[in-house]
Design a protein around this ligand. Sequence first.
Ligand code: NAD
Length: 511
Amino acid sequence: MSALSTSAVIGVIGAGAMGAGIAQVAAQAGHSVILHDNQPGAAKTGIDNIRRQLEKRVAKGKMIQGDVDNIIARLQPAGAIDALADSHLVIEAIVENLEIKRQVFAQLEALCSPDTLLASNTSSLSITSIAANLERPEHMAGLHFFNPAPVMKLVEVVSGLATTTDVAETLYDTAVAWGKVAVHASSTPGFIVNRVARPFYAEGLRLLQEGASDAATIDALLRQAGGFRMGPFELMDLIGHDVNYAVTRSVFDAYYGDTRFEPSLVQQALVEAGRLGRKSGKGFFDYAESAAKPQPTFAEPANMELPALVVQGANSTLAPLLERAQEAGLNVVYRESLQQDGSPRLYLGDLALALSDGRCAAERAVNEGLDALVLFDLCLDYRNASAIALAASHTASPEVRQLATAFFQHMGMDVAWLTDTPGLVVLRTVAMLANEAADAVLQGVCSAQDGDLAMQAGVNYPRGPLAWADSLGLPFVHRTLTHLQQSYGEERYRSSFLLRRNALSEESFHE
Ligand code: NAD
């Protein structure tokens, strides 16, 4: 199957934020679009808004007026649903209510030709369930755009139980022809993005609740060390806590209370208090004009003389950090022997430094018989990261902590000290994102490739979680999760069987 030709008429039902955006995308791709809303005048208002948005682009020199006029000429408002009768594809973007959506699709099915493709933009409802009472459920699929639809690249093509491969392929190819990044997903709660992204918020909330650090510092670490565009707290404030909390709750309930998706009492409290984020003026942060911008808590400069850095066993993850140390003028000395567990360790005099592996520093110091141990966090790219999280064992003296601070500061990194917390910030978040993506692949929700693509194009992750796990080595990610599970005694951190099997069989998610 291939994409619908531009002569195909596209019907869009619901002229709100999403429907108008989708109508714009289809019209920009060259289709005639009929936009229907059951509120009188709403479809016309939707098209007027599209014109205004496009004319802003003309004013900025990014578009010419002739193109805007052509796009607007292809958009036709309709007050009655009957106007959608000749559509080749109808995309529904009305209120998120199962019964109402079912009624609308039944109406459309009666109205349109038997060949018309039907698609829903639902974020949280089951496509299988919306299609259940249709005569031709095989013609129905999800076409999940992200907000704002003209800007966000990703479209999840969601197959319900009855959706045929041909229908899914046509919608996929059509989305690609419209300039989108399309991925296939099966209709399961949260599809790909809203499921796999849950740990990004959940681990941040857990770290805050457990007093590992404050919200601004955790955000800064995920940006500056993790390479994410935004940290979880500023992102939740932007999305709105009512919306984000509702999505978490719906995924948690849909998976029968799986603790991996457990909502946070910290976020619930914000919702109860009406602190919904930017839109209410206050969430984790204060958005009043007079309010100070949230500042991360980084260590004061610790100018100290640094001894040689002795490296016991290096691996590919740490190689860029060691190169950076060398370039910063440190004397780096390599020793061949590895630790018994195969993990590399760095020494500055008596201070041992190691990458977190999901255990807290106290546990490792006791198990490994170390007087002074400082754990450091994962970075997306150790050569360019501008901040890093550290945690020290209870046995580490203030002088030793100063030495660790000085080491990372010497390489130009800001240092954030956490309380001694398993998995620190970036490692724990990335391990849980990869774990969720692995489970989605295991359960046939998506391919590894589409899972990664969805997270990069849908929520701007700097690297697909599975490709990231591959690069760290799956045995390490599996070990990290197992340590987190042991540290907390919680099912929540259990490793996906697929991650475990791939780790054991030395397979990666990507070739
Ligand atoms: P919205 O409230 O902005 O718009 C919904 C529009 O549908 C309104 O104009 C309303 O008048 C119209 N409508 C309601 N019932 C109708 C009916 N029976 N017939 C015709 N028109 C009807 O909502 P939205 O944010 O655009 O969301 C629409 C859909 O898209 C929902 O299913 C939502 O879950 C999904 N979605 C939303 C987002 C988002 O970020 N807002 C992102 C992806 C998907």
